[in-house]
Design a binder for this molecule. Structure first.
Ligand code: FE2
Length: 293
């Protein structure tokens, strides 16, 4: 048995770039700026954060997806999801919507507030080839279903997907059993506190700091990571993050890589160009919204 512990180092930083999507929602994109800024199985991470309704009020009117999963995590605000299957979901502060687009979904994501802060994230996770055409599904997860554990060194960790061993007890999020086995954790650390956790070394992992700053890696090789930046971690069996002088809030994401070709055309993510052409044809001919054959 190999018992060597290797602490993951900060391998690459992807600064969030200001952009807009939907009908003009301002956001910051880190993963997914281009083909070279993905981290298998993660395709994209957007942060939206504004107190100005003009930045978010237009929302995301009806649009399609095929071939992957979208995960929306609201820190502040209220959005309503509606889709062609008749689902309506109210996404409020602290809640998560986990949507598997599979073979096709047409949905909208619209703000239900005319003022105040809207803040959160949308993460895109790829599906393996054999699951890209499964039926669409989604799950709304209220804050009450998301466990939060206190960390011995100060701070808290919230686990949305996968699980973490926190001070000897397992904290398991509501999302389990997916092929990519994602870990999605939201960590809050006071100034100087250290978050140190085992993380299976066959997983790709990254951090996204959204408040404060942090240093990442073993004490002998710490590297700084500032806010609004994604930090891709090297292979290793442990992750160690130390909060800066203003503390740190960050997402920790890890998943099993698929190691399959990725061909993306906007909201369609498949394995080949032919499958993308098929997705466009199917969408244009209304097949996404027809009942399953
Ligand atoms: Fe969407």
């Amino acid at each position: 048995m190999n018992t060597t512990v290797t602490t993951r180092t900060l391998q690459r930083v992807i600064e969030g770039l200001a952009t807009s999507d939907g009908a003009g929602v301002k956001l910051r994109r880190s993963l997914g700026q281009g083909q070279g800024s993905r981290l298998d199985p993660f395709l994209m991470l957007d942060e939206f954060s504004s107190d100005n309704p003009g930045d978010y009020i237009a929302g995301f009117p009806p649009h399609p997806h095929r071939g992957f999963e979208t995960v929306t995590y609201m820190l502040d605000g209220h959005m309503r999801h509606e889709d062609h299957l008749g689902h309506v979901g109210e996404l409020k502060s602290g809640g998560v919507q986990w949507m598997t687009a599979g073979r096709g979904i047409v949905h909208s994501e619209m703000p239900q507030q005319e003022q105040g802060r809207m803040r959160g994230f949308q993460l895109w996770i790829n599906l393996p080839a054999k699951e890209k055409m499964k039926p669409a599904s989604y799950r709304d997860i209220p804050p009450s279903e998301i466990p939060v554990a206190a960390l011995a060194g100060g701070g808290t960790v919230k686990v949305i997907a996968g699980s973490l061993e926190v001070d000897g007890s397992r904290v398991a999020g509501p999302i389990q059993g997916l092929s990519t086995d994602p870990l999605y954790a939201d960590v809050v650390l006071p100034a100087g506190a250290v978050f140190s956790q085992p993380l299976a070394d066959d997983r790709n992992a990254f951090l996204y700091v959204y408040e404060g700053s942090a240093t990442v890696g073993p004490p002998e090789a710490p590297r700084p990571l500032k806010s609004q930046s994604a930090g891709v971690l090297s292979p290793g069996s442990r992750v160690e993050v130390t909060a800066g002088t203003d503390g740190a809030r960050f997402l920790l994401l890890a998943g099993r890589p698929l190691r399959e070709p990725v061909v993306q055309y906007g909201p369609f993510v498949m394995n080949t160009v032919e499958e993308i052409e098929q997705a466009i044809t199917d969408y244009q001919s209304g097949k996404f919204t027809q009942a399953a054959a």
